[in-house]
Design a binder for this molecule. Structure first.
Ligand code: NDP
Length: 393
């Protein structure tokens, strides 16, 4: 029986995780659920899953949730803030932490889980992109287990030999290339002269996946693939040259690994996050996820092409940042979070997401953060610079 904390329980990853978990009451005890401001969503989850603890990062929301739960006689304890998040990641009873918070807010809880030797199921790619080797060292130094939930990284992990799954060298295992696939998002064929008219509603309407707003916009700009490139480089200790991005609009192949003998192993499945979530929950054992297997006789043709960096300049920026190093990836992650949130608020145009990212990288991308404090300071500094720049766009 695993005892689990689900960070970001009210979000897309959190709800998919709970959907898998409820199919296996003999395997999982839900210890804690966390959210930020979605009181109604968390109230309903508390009623259904009866965790020991519910955490709301936002203090006012925690107070509202507490009042609502008390009014129905619920025994769920409500706690608040970052301290609350850290508490449910470090509690000795917890074996497993689903890292499903969106953005940099997920770093400290995930890092705390690593420092307390938990099994971490990592969906929150931003935490890894912004902290890189520091996060991986915390995992290694504390014998924590890190399993990738992101569908591409989970696919790569599944197509890797056990030696690489255990942290071994790619070349020694005969791995030539990681082929990181991406659908290309909703604007793969949209005329470029219409990009400045893209609205938040158009950007969040992903053709294949149903996801939270931030990652949906990142998919539309292909920044998501850029963040995933950085994530793959870190998770599999790969060089820049060992990873190729391949566009595969159907999102049936979730990524591939190419070997020295000419074999290419692909992981396939419906575009449904319950598959990688179920895989990480009980790896190496397999459990039912609730997702139907593919019916190959009903599938349209598979197609592939290279990404066009003039259409998706954010992907190019992320690839460059991955070469420059940790400072650049920390800056890019922070500026992109600000840019996407202000695009969603209609303060800036779709085109200006990349402009803001470029300007922040120019100003701060050569920074060299070493400690956690350096990283958090650079993240904060970038957000302040980005907010200042927005008023000039
Ligand atoms: P959602 O926006 O759907 O959910 C985000 C979750 O994080 C919510 O529970 C939200 O709480 C919580 N949250 C937001 N801000 C804070 C904060 N400041 N402090 C604490 N909690 C906060 O996002 P997704 O589920 O789509 O994505 C989560 C992560 O998983 C992202 O890093 C994303 O890149 C990654 N991922 C997602 C995939 C998907 O299919 N959705 C696929 C692969 C990776 P509240 O609801 O109260 O606001």
């Amino acid at each position: 029986m695993q005892t689990i904390t689900i960070l970001g329980a009210t979000g897309s990853i959190g709800l998919s995780t709970l959907d898998v978990i409820k199919r296996h009451p003999d395997k999982f005890h839900v210890y804690a659920l966390t959210g930020n401001t979605n009181v109604l969503g968390m109230f309903e989850l508390c009623q259904q899953f009866k965790p020991n603890i519910a955490v709301m990062a936002d203090e006012v929301s925690a107070q509202k949730l507490h009042t609502q739960l008390q009014s129905v006689g619920s025994e769920v304890d409500v706690i608040a803030g970052t301290d609350g998040l850290l508490q449910v990641c470090s509690a000795p009873i917890v074996t497993t932490v689903m890292a499903g918070i969106v953005g940099a807010a997920g770093l400290l809880p995930s890092l705390t889980a690593a420092k307390h030797s938990k099994r971490i199921l990592l969906a929150n790619k931003e935490a890894l992109v912004m902290s890189g080797d520091l996060f991986l060292s915390a995992v290694a130094d504390n014998n924590a287990i890190l399993l990738p939930v992101d569908s591409e990284h989970n696919a790569i992990f599944q197509a890797m030999p056990p030696s690489v799954q255990a942290g071994g060298n790619l070349k020694a295992a005969g791995v030539e290339k990681i082929l990181l696939t991406g659908s290309g998002g909703p604007f793969l064929t949209k005329p470029l002269n219409e990009f400045s008219q893209i609205t938040p509603e158009m950007a969040v309407a992903h053709p294949n996946w149903s996801m939270g707003a931030k990652i949906s916009v990142d998919s539309a700009t292909m920044m998501n693939k850029g963040l995933e490139f950085i994530e793959a480089k870190l998770l599999f200790n790969a060089s820049f040259e060992q990873i190729d991005v391949v566009i595969h609009p159907q999102s049936i192949i979730h990524s591939m690994v190419s070997y020295s003998d000419g074999s290419v192993l692909a992981q396939m499945g419906q575009p449904d996050m319950r598959i990688p979530i179920a895989h990480t929950l009980t790896f190496p054992e397999r459990i039912k996820s609730g997702v139907k297997p593919l019916d190959f006789t009903q599938l349209a043709d598979f197609s592939f092409c290279s990404p066009d960096l003039s259409r998706f300049p954010n992907l190019g920026l992320a690839l460059e940042a991955s070469k420059v190093g940790q400072g650049a990836t920390t800056v890019l992650n922070a500026s992109n979070e600000i840019a996407v949130s202000h695009f969603l608020e209609r303060d800036i145009s779709f085109d200006n997401i990349v402009t803001l990212n470029e300007l922040c990288l120019e100003q701060l991308g050569s920074s060299r953060p070493i400690t956690l404090d350096d990283i958090l300071e650079l993240d904060q500094q970038t957000r302040e610079v980005a907010l200042g720049l927005i008023t000039q766009l």
